[in-house]
Write a protein that binds this ligand. Structure first.
Ligand SMILES: CC(C)(COP(=O)(O)OP(=O)(O)OC[C@H]1O[C@@H](n2cnc3c(N)ncnc32)[C@H](O)[C@@H]1OP(=O)(O)O)[C@@H](O)C(=O)NCCC(=O)NCCS
Length: 169
């Protein structure tokens, strides 16, 4: 048995030694069910593009898809961008109110993170984040892979909540 690489970005596949020296046949490429069933969707117009990133092989889980914790970390960063404009100083994530992994994320996907404020409280701001993937072989075709709601709290030098200046309307 030998591990051979089947596509530019895909996981390695174990094949018998007798086949290992041959070029991988197209039928050996693992099917990508998410690409087949995931609907193509328009990008949000009520949110701001706050982050773009491409996951790497080191970010994979044991299935060969991208580890959910990696996606959560990127969402936490992306979600903080819009609140930072209001908070203007230190802040902390106080809650992940909701987190939905709608489709798997794959190595080589171009991920676009959109953020929009849904609530501004006295010391906290809640943000909705939506993540869209362009698969590495179907760029320009977006599918929604993740959506989440997070709350950030403005904190002072002692780490205590501090009031947010509400934007003038
Ligand atoms: C963030 C922190 C300073 C808040 O302190 P606290 O004593 O819980 O503050 P409060 O109870 O006064 O709540 C502060 C704000 O957070 C909101 N909040 C608190 N708990 C919440 C929760 N579970 N869900 C949503 N909002 C919450 C409150 O509604 C309040 O918002 P408002 O003033 O706009 O109404 C404190 O919890 C903390 O330091 N947590 C650790 C933060 C951290 O390390 N984050 C990174 C983790 S990866």
């Amino acid at each position: 048995m030998k591990a051979v690489r089947t596509t530019q970005y895909q996981r390695f596949q174990i094949v018998p030694m007798s086949n290992a020296s041959r070029p991988a046949a197209s039928s050996a490429i693992p099917s990508n069910p998410a690409r087949v069933i995931a609907p193509r969707v328009p990008l949000p117009t009520d949110k701001e593009l706050v982050l773009k990133v491409v996951p790497m092989p080191a970010d994979c889980n044991a299935n060969g898809d991208i580890f959910g914790g990696w996606v959560m970390a990127q969402v936490d960063i992306a979600g903080s961008i819009v609140p930072a404009r209001y908070v203007r100083g230190r802040m902390a994530t106080v809650a992940v109110n909701e987190f939905i992994f709608k489709q798997p994320v794959r190595v080589g996907d171009i991920l676009s993170f959109f953020g929009g404020v849904t609530r501004i409280g006295r010391t906290s701001i809640t943000v909705q984040v939506e993540v869209y993937a362009e698969r590495y072989d179907t760029q320009g075709h977006y599918i929604k892979v993740t959506e989440a709601s997070l709350t950030y709290v403005a904190i002072d030098d002692q780490g205590r909540p501090r009031p947010i200046e509400r934007p003038e309307v």
